[in-house]
Design a protein around this ligand. Structure first.
Ligand code: N01
Length: 612
């Protein structure tokens, strides 16, 4: 069965490959690449982990690289998400760059740092790596168009700057385009209203105010537990309960970090996080749920719950998320934890209902500290918007379908992100003049979650179709940056003009995304894992779910095989164009699709297929 599938993929691949190669040739061939004054080897968009890491590695190799960032400071997510309580949910040192020149001299104060400390870390990083001079802040990229004459991108910004880089990296992550539902009357609200990911720098004083929080994802949970104790009244609007688990936050000392650096723990963690399915250092129990007694299971869960972080999930029985009995028992364990903390039985039932709303792990559970205790306050109300949706926002508050008008001074929209729009909201146009938004109108197609056909020399990181949500930022980003930087070096070293994926490779990758997601629980709930958090979108899994370690290996192998699954093109000084469609890594081999010019008479044997 598997063999037949593979053969048919190869067949399909061959056909698509031929089409792709013929269509890649521009109508006229340029003789040389004119160097514009504003040309750069690489332009990077965004100065979070990925942008800075790319910039540093590329400059180390001697390339002219620069970052444009719409923000006024580095930090990416941690620049924009400065809402009360914003805090990372991967513990240190997993959540930092693995460069020894950075971690050796940096110390944290908390196991899960908050946004202020993360911003300090980013300021330290750009200083220590001496890259700040290559970053233009307050500079938003508004368009990027490929120019088939110069074989460069033309990138324009909202400040009027235009540059012409050879390579373009969108280090924009998955969560930089906030999603705000089109609530009727939202614009009429007379109080203060902000999305968590566009929180004002100067903060909003919520002390003694009546506050509404709409949404109970990671952002909502954090805001609620932070502002709950200080507000006059808190109205929480929950559509789906968050299966939040114990963070077990604590202070970390300079001494313990020093010891872990000196005894080899830090470097071991940085290497280990590239080997596991989750990008953390732990792995699932190698035995099935059914092989353990109820007592063994209970004690294991108690122990991993007490350890905090995602340990409860990551070190669970390997089949807990897909075995219905196991999933129900995990849910019951979690539900007991919640009910033990929430005194009001009606609120407890809304937060952790008897009927399990969706499989555990189908949506991302948050890590909480005092979230459930907040609901014990008499001035906190909880409305189930799956039963009583928000009908309208009035000048004075929020009206729900049960007829209740919740009068508030502040509305916090903790309503998440439009994952694909993070990149597509920029007017990016490839070789054929088509925008990325148009290209992805019927679904996301990428190779390795990093590159798109018809969009030459363009990469993106920590976005759709990579392990993104099933990893943590720095881990995924380092894998991808290593791939991208090596690829750019390879292109430059081999005098190659541009690279882009084969459409066939994108189809295969998309199929991989579906297959790996079908093997888990992630398609069984509506949310940003599968693009269903945005009304009107069709289901499509947005993360590679085959495991971080496996993804790292795949990327490494693609590079070793001379960028299998990609088309590489070079312009010769004679004005001719040569195309390589890579297979098995024979980059300079005569057996490849080297061709001197576009011609209908080119033999089909010149076309080689990507591997299945
Ligand atoms: O967004 P979300 P988030 N009416 O999409 C609700 C990362 N992150 O910003 O679940 C009523 O998870 C929606 O309800 P439902 C992190 O990876 C990390 O919280 O769709 N409600 C949901 O409750 C995280 O997982 C950090 O039924 C509506 C909420 O809004 C990811 O980003 C901090 C609604 C959106 O939750 C996303 O987290 C911030 C409507 N019309 C972000 N529309 C940390 O590291 C939506 N909702 C901690």
């Amino acid at each position: 069965m598997q063999v037949m599938r593979t053969q048919s993929l190869i067949k399909r691949t061959r056909m698509i490959t031929l089409k792709a190669v013929l269509s890649i040739l521009p109508s006229s061939f340029a003789t040389a690449m004119p160097e514009s004054e504003s040309s750069l080897d690489v332009l990077i968009v965004g100065s979070g982990f990925s942008g800075i890491y790319n910039l540093y590695q590329l400059r180390k190799l001697g390339y002219s690289a620069r970052i444009f960032d719409a923000a006024s400071k580095s930090g990416g997510t941690w620049y924009w998400n400065c809402y009360p309580g914003a805090r990372v949910d991967s513990e240190i040192p997993v959540y930092e760059l693995s460069l020894p020149e950075l971690w050796k001299d940096w110390t944290w104060t908390e196991r899960f740092p908050g946004w202020k400390e993360l911003r300090k870390y980013f300021a330290y990083v750009v200083d220590k790596l001496d890259v700040k001079k290559y970053i233009s802040y307050d500079t938003r990229v508004v368009s990027a168009h490929w120019d088939s004459v110069s074989d460069r991108w033309t990138v324009t910004t909202d400040t009027g700057v235009v540059v012409h880089p050879r390579f373009l990296i969108f280090a924009t992550g998955f969560a930089s385009m906030p999603y705000s539902p089109a609530f009727k009357g939202l614009e009429t609200f007379e109080g203060i209203c902000h999305h968590t990911a566009r929180w004002p720098e100067e903060d909003v004083d919520m002390k003694g105010k009546r506050v509404a929080v709409i949404g109970t994802g990671a952002s909502g949970v954090q805001v609620i537990q932070e502002v709950g104790p200080v507000v006059k009244h808190l109205a929480v609007f929950q559509r789906t309960p968050n299966f939040a688990i114990a963070m077990q936050q604590r202070k970390v000392t300079v001494e313990e970090q020093k010891r872990r650096k000196e005894d080899g723990t830090y470097p071991a963690i940085f290497r280990r996080r590239l080997q596991t399915p989750s990008g953390f250092w732990q792995e699932a129990l190698p035995k099935p749920f059914a092989s353990a007694t109820p007592e063994e299971r209970f004690l294991h869960w108690q122990q991993t719950w007490a350890q905090g972080a995602f340990t409860f999930l990551v070190t669970n029985f390997y089949d807990y998320a897909i075995n219905d009995d196991a999933n129900k028992e995990v849910y019951a364990f979690w539900r007991n934890k919640v009910h033990a903390r929430v005194t009001d039985s009606v609120k407890a039932e809304l937060l952790a209902p008897q009927v399990q709303p969706h499989p555990f792990a189908a949506k991302r559970p948050s890590l909480e500290q005092t979230y459930y205790e907040v609901y014990n306050q008499p001035n906190v109300t909880l409305t189930d918007t799956s039963k009583y949706p928000i009908e309208e926002i009035t000048p004075k508050g929020v009206r729900t379908a049960d007829g209740v008008h919740h009068e508030v001074d502040v509305i916090v929209l903790a309503t998440g992100f439009n994952i694909t729009a993070t990149i597509t909201h920029i007017d990016i146009r490839g070789r054929k003049g088509k925008s990325l938004k148009e290209k992805w109108a019927d679904g996301v197609y990428t190779n390795l979650g990093m590159a798109v056909s018809d969009f030459p020399n363009m990469f993106f990181t920590y976005g759709p179709q990579a392990p993104t949500a099933f990893s943590n930022g720095p881990t995924c980003i380092e894998i991808q940056t290593n791939f991208i930087v090596k690829c750019i070096k390879y292109m430059i070293d081999n005098n190659l003009t541009f690279i882009e994926p084969l459409p066939a490779a994108e189809e295969i990758w998309r199929e991989q995304i579906w297959e790996t997601n079908k093997a888990g629980p992630w398609l069984k709930a509506k949310g940003w894992y599968n693009d269903l958090n945005i009304p009107g979108k069709s289901i499509q899994p947005l993360n590679y779910a085959g495991g971080v370690g496996k993804y790292a290996k795949i990327c490494e192998e693609v590079g070793q095989k001379g960028y299998e699954g990609f088309t590489l093109v070079t312009r010769l000084p004679t004005g001719q164009t040569r195309i390589w469609v890579h297979d098995q890594g024979k980059v300079d081999s005569e057996a490849q699709a080297g061709r001197e010019s576009e011609s209908e008479t080119q033999p089909e044997t010149a076309i080689v297929a990507v591997g299945a």
